[in-house]
Ligand binder design. Sequence first.
Ligand SMILES: [Zn+2]
Length: 356
Amino acid sequence: MLFPYKYVPHQMEKMQEFIDFIFYEVWCKAPASGSFSFELFNGNADLKEVMTIFNYGDTQGGDFFYGHVERIYGLFSALNSAQIAQFKHWYQANNDIEKVCANDPAAHIVHYADIRVTHHELSEQLAAFFKGLYSKDLLGLKALKDKIGDIDDHYKTFMGTNAKGKCPFCGIGDIKGIHHSKRDAYDHYLPKALYPFNSINFHNLAPACHECNSTYKLSKDPVNTVAGRRKAFYPYANPGYNIEVRLDLAKPDVDSLTPADIQLVFGPAGLNEEIETWKDVYGIDERYKAKCSSESDGKYWLAQIIDEWQEDGRSPADFLNILSRQTTRNPFADSNFLKKAFLEGCEHAGLFNEKA
Ligand SMILES: [Zn+2]
């Protein structure tokens, strides 16, 4: 991704704390705790209250939550201590998103498919529970909202801090902010369709523009391919980094320019693996080349520089100097980072060699 988000603490993290409690204190202790009861939640008064309201209430979301916590408890009670230890490792790894993204060998991540091999029913129940956790039917219930707050409020707070107005995964798409009444969707960076345990972990949730989330990424796995594990950018990396973009044109004829005539080179080399993953997951090459080949973007950028050259006598070198300064200050405003790469590519291809 082009730049990381700043992680913003919020009351909604309490939902993950509830899930941590359920996992470690309720499910993992099931083999020695006897039958399922409210007593199991004595160590977390807020969660106990929520469970009580859900049990005696008649909401679909409440029944879903309570029912799955109880059913999975039953399945955990049949596990031996080695199996419980294994699940703890998996739970911890799947929630350490930064280590997973770095392909840290200590992070033993697990997919539903891995669990299914030895624990078929448990895998099914965990999948239903964790895929369903992030739903309005559940998170919208008053009993929960009273404790954890509201996802729309999280979004507003988040965008108050992350206020660029551009999607960090592509840098070219707008993302809704504090002045919109609607919001963009949170992407489950490690897809909730594949990975248990982290569907409500806000280190795994990152707002993305519609194109990134719903057209290109979908349920693509950023850290795994058929060839094996790979590194991916961590959405909340701190410190950040600067992605370099260079663009070369195969021919100096921009009127007939198509994506096939454009070559994009990204740096720095030290982030090569993360960059390759990012390009693959978000269709970056295709999207940037299409934008540079478009009448309203690349071809218009070129028309601007030539118009100012011919009509106002402002040389392309001056134009590029100013653009370079503006890009340093505001790389993502007006797609400056891509505009600069494209126009410098035009310059290298000889388009500004002599006044037309
Ligand atoms: Zn995007």
